[in-house]
Design a protein around this ligand. Structure first.
Ligand SMILES: [Zn+2]
Ligand SMILES: [Zn+2]
Length: 211
């Protein structure tokens, strides 16, 4: 799987990822954070077939570009069932407090833990990792993990927002992510990339040094 990172909402530093499978050219966009004509234009010149828009969770800084993507491409919009209502509720997606208010298109595909989305012959596995939000997910494909706001390089997602729970988040990371191969590259929703092994050891919240 190939990927490219966009930083189209600098005020929040959200990472938007475009991923595609080389042979089929089938592609997905993960967390389009804001409307970006530049990104749209680039995707259109890449000779790829954008099939899916996948939201790691329903917060405004991850869904602000959903409408614009939906206007430009024939995408299936996917989110975990426990975050689906955040897409269409500005209070729940927090945009009511951050402005401008965001009402994203509703989901076409409701995801559950263990679901698979295919790009060509390659699989994206949905891993439900509640704790930052109730319906937060990570996406695993080959040796890449798109971790949303669940796990960051030397950090974890906030748990003080509605739907957040610290113990739940720690449990998600330990039981769902730290059981994966150590050399898997972690591509988070904010900040720099890391690996499972590096976070198992050095993460100050959930790694070995946290004990
Ligand atoms: Zn978030
Ligand atoms: Zn975020």
């Amino acid at each position: 799987m190939q990927y490219r990172t966009y930083n189209i909402l600098p005020s929040f530093g959200t990472n938007t990822y475009l991923i595609w499978e080389e042979n089929s050219k089938e592609a997905a966009i993960i967390d389009p954070a804001a409307p970006s004509q530049h990104m749209i234009d680039e995707i259109k010149t890449m000779n790829i077939n954008l099939k899916y828009l996948i939201s790691t969770h329903g917060h405004a800084d991850h869904i602000g570009g959903n409408q614009f993507i939906n206007d430009n491409f024939d995408v299936k919009k996917c989110i975990h069932k426990d975050d689906a209502d955040l897409l269409i509720d500005p209070k729940k997606n927090l945009s009511a407090f951050w402005s401008p208010e965001i009402i994203a298109p509703k989901a076409d595909v409701i995801l559950n833990d263990g679901d698979i989305i295919k790009l060509g012959n390659e699989k994206i596995q949905i891993i439900h990792t509640p704790g930052h939000t109730q319906g937060g997910i990570c996406l695993l494909t080959e040796n890449l993990l798109f971790s949303g706001d669940t796990l960051f390089a030397e950090g974890i997602g906030r748990t003080d927002l509605p739907g957040g729970n610290y113990k739940t988040l720690i449990n998600s990371i330990k039981t769902k992510l730290f059981v994966l191969e150590g050399d898997i590259k972690v591509l988070p929703g904010h900040g720099l990339d890391t690996t499972i092994e590096d976070e198992k050891v050095g993460n100050p919240f959930v790694g070995l040094i946290a004990r």
